[in-house]
Design a protein around this ligand. Sequence first.
Ligand SMILES: [Zn+2]
Length: 235
Amino acid sequence: MGANNLVACTTTTGQQYLYEGRDLFADFRETTEEIARLQSKLREGRYSSHRIRRLYRKRTRRRDHAQDALVRDLMERLYDEGIATVYVGNLTDVLSEHWSARVNEKTHQFWAYRSFIDRLATTAEEYGITVEVESEAYTTAECPVCGERDDTDRDGDVFRCSCGYEGHADLDASRTFLKRQAGENTVGSMARPVRLKWDDHNWSELPHSPERASPNEERTDRSTGNGKLASVGTA
Ligand SMILES: [Zn+2]
């Protein structure tokens, strides 16, 4: 979970899902800035106003709506894949390790991490899926090919390693995280990731954009027909 991408998910059935969060996060930040602006104009001795409270409510409502819909969309997909257990990275680890204090604060606020986990667990229960929260320390810094942790670099969504490997930072991290929880051998080749974008009402799939195909993707494309399985179960 992060700010560019809200959730990156990998399954042992070879699926990857990426819920993109840039627009949502930008919207949240805009409202936060507007709140700060209004607060700075309050008369001395006043701490809030109707307008400020309304903005807070709007901000919370929008976030909750998107999170609710995300959790439901994901659980339906995982249920269709026959997933029994979901491991959720402990976001606080990642925040303290890799992110600047500024991003940190905003992301904490945006994520309302506890409520997200609660929401995830409650919805998962409806589908008979177990949720386990585990540390995802170092998954975002570790190269999925050579295991290097120190001589790697992240630039936006792009992960680069000194061994020459380049991939999607969040999807790779989610795959590494799954390997750590489920065991190296349970995580095989991956279908092309399903990317989803929020349009104020639904999470809808983005058309496949041409990406650098990793050897894994090429192998999977031949055997599973290009990730068609992933389109099953969209509400
Ligand atoms: Zn490497």
